[in-house]
Write a protein that binds this ligand. Structure first.
Ligand SMILES: [Zn+2]
Length: 527
C-alpha cells in the first residue's frame, strides 16, 4: 500500500478543521466556496491570487500546520471490492489483474493505479494540451464529455468509469467520473471540439491539436510462420514525456464478456496504443492513419467501439461490424486483426465514412502510419508519395522484409517479431542507423539528413509480440518497455544537447529507467 500527500487533501482537511472552529458562518461559507472554485478540477494547475481574505486563509493554514500535526491523507481501509485484484511492477511495466462486475473492475483499476493515473494525466496536459495554449481546457473537456460522449457510453462502461473515480478517490486524489470520461476520450475530444466551441458562441477559435500517435506493426500467418499460426507485433510511437506513463498491461476478467489483455495507461478502459487480445483468440493492434480529420459528431466514440469489439467480439467479422458501425472518425487507424481459432488475419483501414479491408489465411500484413487503401486515401491530407517521410520509409522497409520472408517461408515467430520491431534499416539513407524512418523509431537520434529533420524526444517507446499458441494457452505475450532494441533513452544526455526541450521537464525522463529485457506476461502471473 502506498500513501500520498497531496495539496488538495491538505486543503480539504484544513477546511474541515476551520469549519469546526470558526464562529463566523459567513467566513466559513466563503472559504468553502473559494475551495470549490479553486479545486473544481482538482488536477488543474492553479495560481494563488492572494486577495486580503486569501492572505488570511493562507496564514491560518501555515499556523495550523505549524502547531498541529494533521493526518493529511487518510487512506481508507482496503475495500472488499479489491478481492482478486493485484498489481505487479516488473521491468518498467505495471501489470494489473482486475476481475468482477464493471464497478469492481473500475474500483480495482483506480485504486491500484492511482499514482500512474495522476502522473499520466499531469504529463498529458503539460505536454499536449497545456492550459497556456488551450485556455481553460479541462473544463471544456469535461463539458464535451458530459454533452457529447457520456450519452453514448453503455451502462457497463459507465459503471466501470464510476468505479475508477471511486478507486482513485480512495487513494486521496481528486478525480470524479467526468474526469475519467474525458481522459478516456482523449482521441475523441477533437471530433467534438468544433461543435462544442460553436455551442459556446465564442468569437475566438482555438484550434485543438489533433493527437496522432505513430506505430510500427505486423501480423503474419500460414506459410510465413514457424507453426502456421498467427504472429503479431507492435511498437508505439509518441513523445517520451507525454506518453511516458503508458506502461500498464491490464488483464481484465469481466463478469460478462471475454477476458481481455491490453496495454494502456492508468485511467483508460481501452488501450489507445493499441495492443489488445481476448480469450476468444482475437488479437488486435493498429497504427494511426495520418492526416485524417473527417468527423461525424453523431458517431460512437472510438474508445467505446474498440472496448465493445474486444470484450464481446470473437471473430473478425464481428470486430469489423462493431468498429465500422457509426464510426465518429476519431483516431482513424489501420487495425490489424487476427483470429487464433481460424488463423485468418485482416487489415481494416478505417476512416470516418470509408474503409479498406484485406483478409487472408496465408499472408504477412504490415503497417506503419501509411494509408494504402484507395478509400482512406480519399479522406486523408497526408502525401503518401514523399519518400523521406517516416511513414513512407518504414513502409518501404516492411516491403523489403515481406519480400525476404515470402522467399524464405516458415521463419516468423515471436523472436523474429522482436527483431522486426527493433529494426534500424533506414531506406531513405540506406544506412543501418536508427532514426525517425526506422521501424524502431528513434527521433531523438535524427541526424538531420534533410533540413528540418531535427531531433526530438519521441519514437518507439515499447515493443509487444505474441502468437496464437501463447494467447490460446495462457493469454501470454512478450513486452519490452523502452525502445524494442533495448537502447535506453537518456533524458539528461538528450537535454544537454537539446535544452530547447527542457520545457517538458519534469515529465521527460529516462525510458526505461534502467536497462530491461523483454518480459513474458501470462494470466498465471501472481504477485
Ligand atoms: Zn531501436
Amino acid at each position: 500500500m502506498f500513501r500520498c500527500v497531496c495539496r488538495v487533501s491538505v486543503a480539504g482537511h484544513v477546511a474541515r478543521w476551520l469549519s469546526q472552529l470558526a464562529d463566523q458562518k459567513g467566513f466559513v461559507r466563503h472559504i468553502k466556496k473559494e475551495l470549490l472554485n479553486r479545486f473544481y478540477c482538482g488536477k488543474r494547475e492553479v495560481k494563488l491570487e492572494l486577495s486580503r481574505l486569501k492572505v488570511l486563509f493562507v496564514l491560518t493554514v501555515v499556523l495550523v500546520l505549524a502547531v498541529a500535526p494533521i493526518q493529511v491523507c487518510a487512506v481508507k481501509p482496503e475495500s472488499s471490492l479489491l478481492k482478486g485484484a493485484y498489481r505487479i511492477d516488473t521491468n518498467g511495466w505495471y501489470y494489473v489483474h482486475l476481475e468482477g462486475d464493471p464497478y469492481q473492475i473500475g474500483y480495482q483499476h483506480g485504486y491500484l493505479l492511482a499514482d500512474n493515473i495522476q502522473e499520466s494525466w499531469n504529463a498529458c496536459i503539460h505536454v499536449y494540451w497545456s492550459e497556456s495554449s488551450f485556455g481553460d481546457w479541462w473544463y471544456a473537456a469535461r463539458e464535451i464529455s458530459y454533452t457529447y460522449i457520456w450519452p453514448k457510453v453503455p451502462d457497463a462502461m459507465m459503471r466501470e468509469m464510476e468505479g475508477i473515480a471511486a478507486g482513485v478517490q480512495a487513494k486521496g486524489y481528486e478525480w470524479d467520473v467526468l474526469d475519467v470520461v474525458a481522459f478516456n476520450a482523449w482521441a475523441d475530444i477533437d471530433a467534438y471540439w468544433k461543435v462544442w466551441e460553436e455551442s459556446q458562441k465564442k468569437d475566438e477559435h482555438v484550434s485543438l491539436s489533433h493527437i496522432e500517435k505513430g506505430c510500427s506493426a505486423f501480423i503474419a500467418t500460414g506459410s510465413y510462420t514457424v507453426d502456421g499460426g498467427i504472429v503479431i507485433g507492435h511498437n508505439t510511437w509518441a513523445g517520451y514525456a507525454g506518453d511516458g506513463y503508458w506502461n500498464v498491461i491490464f488483464d481484465v476478467k469481466p463478469k460478462n464478456g471475454h477476458r481481455i489483455v491490453y496495454q494502456s495507461t492508468g485511467g483508460c478502459i481501452w488501450s489507445g496504443q493499441d495492443w489488445i487480445y481476448n480469450d476468444a483468440g482475437l488479437m488486435v493492434c493498429e497504427t494511426t492513419l495520418p492526416g485524417m480529420g473527417t468527423y461525424n459528431v453523431n458517431g460512437i466514440p472510438v474508445f467505446v467501439r474498440i472496448r465493445n469489439a474486444m470484450q464481446y467480439g470473437s471473430s473478425i467479422d464481428k470486430f469489423i461490424g462493431t468498429m465500422t458501425y457509426k464510426s465518429n472518425g476519431a483516431y482513424s487507424n489501420e487495425w490489424l486483426i487476427g483470429d487464433a481459432k481460424t488463423g485468418e488475419i485482416c487489415s481494416l483501414q478505417l476512416g470516418c465514412y470509408t474503409w479498406d479491408i484485406e483478409r487472408t489465411y496465408n499472408g504477412f500484413i504490415t503497417s506503419c502510419n501509411y494509408p494504402k487503401g484507395p478509400n482512406v486515401r480519399s479522406e486523408t491530407t497526408f502525401n503518401w508519395h514523399t519518400p523521406w517521410t517516416s511513414s513512407y520509409s518504414r513502409n518501404a522497409r516492411w516491403n523489403e522484409l515481406k519480400a525476404y520472408y515470402t522467399a524464405n517461408p516458415g521463419l516468423i515467430d515471436c523472436s523474429v517479431g522482436m527483431q522486426f520491431l527493433s529494426d534500424h534499416k533506414d531506406t531513405w539513407t540506406g544506412a543501418s542507423e536508427a532514426s525517425s524512418r526506422t521501424l524502431c523509431g528513434h527521433c531523438e537520434a535524427e541526424t538531420n539528413v534533410r533540413p528540418g529533420d531535427l531531433p526530438d524526444p519521441s519514437g518507439a517507446y515499447d515493443g509487444k509480440v505474441t502468437c496464437s499458441a501463447l494467447v490460446q494457452s495462457e493469454m501470454g505475450m512478450w513486452g519490452r518497455w523502452g525502445h524494442p532494441c533495448g537502447t535506453q533513452f537518456d533524458a539528461s544526455v538528450f537535454l544537454t544537447l537539446h535544452p530547447e526541450y527542457s520545457w517538458q521537464l519534469p515529465y521527460l525522463h529516462d525510458i526505461p529507467e534502467t536497462s530491461v529485457p523483454w518480459t513474458y506476461f501470462t494470466k498465471d502471473m501472481t504477485p
